[in-house]
Design a binder for this molecule. Structure first.
Ligand code: XIL
Length: 370
């Protein structure tokens, strides 16, 4: 290129500088259109945060969250073991959860609470009676009521949606035989929603689970929600975790599931989106936390970045088709480095907070279907 031509003509020099600026910003972490703006006519875009992000110790992470997202979920700090580690009234620890909620409020974000009743990350003592005695149904219900009233009550009006019950179903669509189910009985789910409603009647009370696109589990979730609705249990939303891999869910499977969920007449949220690109992750599509090592085994597949972009584009095409019923799409983590499945490089930002090809693919879907 003959630069002297530009330098001799001030007008051309100006155009060249402007062009350089555009090329530079498209490549830096400072992407031209943030996700939350690209999808503003469709649904909110959320991200699960760890403590370093919402305390802004991770300054790059916090800045990226503020720029790209308008909703947040707490990856771990509101789970029972974190917020209520011990027995009795002194057993609560709200420090981290308070900071999480303050971060969301300061930045005008939609704040999600995750999660009240789950088989995971719940201390053993919760299910133990006094001495060597087994805990009774009544005593466990009382413990559940105290937990839900205390936690939901503390953030009343501030946390806008709660995952009240998480992962209550098995792959075959029957109720999971968790300690909650075994000790209390099937109605533990209805009770949890009732207690949450007593503590904050205005919050969106969600049932949340994984792999509910699959036929049998889908039938189970539809039956469960319809039964709760028939019993006038205050369920206000359905969360589909959507821990995906490169081929699951297919566009057809996702489309038919979202069509079926729409019948329930409650808002749908995609609550824990990620796309596992590890070799192990292609063999198993379960989001069972205890099986996470297998799902993260091996390095990423060949051409992972390109395949990731294609799967993300396919998923967002279907989400956009169902935008009338979808209120929120939340990613389970900010960057590949933060992810619970980091070996599978499953997110839109790499370990250096830079947007990947998949980020551009997701933005492109929004641009095609604004
Ligand atoms: C995961 C977290 O990301 C990990 O940091 C933690 O060690 C285990 O739990 N389904 C859920 C989430 O509902 O709470 C899980 O989060 C992932 C699967």
């Amino acid at each position: 290129m003959n630069f002297s031509k530009f330098f001799s003509n001030p007008h051309n020099t100006l155009i060249t500088a402007a062009m350089l600026t555009v090329a530079f910003s498209a490549e830096s972490a400072d992407t031209p259109i943030p996700l939350k703006n690209a999808f503003k006519n469709a649904f909110m875009i959320g991200v699960a945060l760890n403590q370093r992000q919402f305390t802004e110790q991770d300054t790059n992470g916090a800045a990226l969250v503020k720029r790209q997202f308008n909703a947040i979920s707490p990856e771990n700090v509101m789970k029972w073991e974190s917020i209520h580690p011990g027995l009795g009234t002194n057993g609560y620890n709200f420090e981290a959860a308070d900071r999480y909620v303050e971060f969301g409020e300061k930045n005008g974000m939609f704040i999600v609470g995750h999660t009240l009743i789950w088989h995971g990350q719940t201390p053993r003592w919760v299910f133990q009676g006094e001495g060597t005695n087994a805990i009774t149904r009544e005593a466990l219900l009382e413990r559940m009521r105290d937990h839900i009233h205390t936690v939901v009550g503390r953030y009343k009006g501030r946390v806008k949606a709660w995952d009240v019950v998480n992962e209550g179903l098995s792959e075959d669509g029957s109720l999971r035989k968790s300690q909650w189910q075994r000790i209390i009985g099937d109605d533990y789910i209805a009770k949890a929603f009732q207690y949450a409603y007593e503590a904050d009647p205005k919050a969106e009370l969600r049932y949340n689970d994984y792999s509910i696109e699959n036929e049998r589990k889908r039938a189970g979730v539809l039956a469960l929600v319809k039964k709760l609705q028939a019993e006038k249990v205050p369920i206000g939303g359905l969360g589909s975790q959507t821990h995906a891999n490169l081929t699951w869910p297919s566009a057809d499977l996702l489309d038919s599931a979202l069509t079926a969920f729409a019948e329930l007449g409650i808002p749908i949220s995609i609550t824990e989106l990620d796309v596992n690109a590890s070799q192990g992750g292609q063999r198993s599509q379960s989001a069972e936390v205890s099986q996470n090592a297998q799902s993260s085994a091996g390095s990423v597949v060949d051409a992972a970045n390109q395949k990731l972009a294609e799967q993300y584009a396919s998923l967002f095409r279907v989400f956009l088709k169902h935008r009338k019923n979808i209120k929120l799409v939340t990613f389970w983590g900010l960057t590949d480095r933060d992810s619970w499945r980091r070996a599978g490089k499953p997110l839109l930002f790499d370990g250096e907070w830079r947007p990947k090809t998949a980020f551009d693919a997701v933005i492109a879907e929004a641009t095609k279907n604004p």
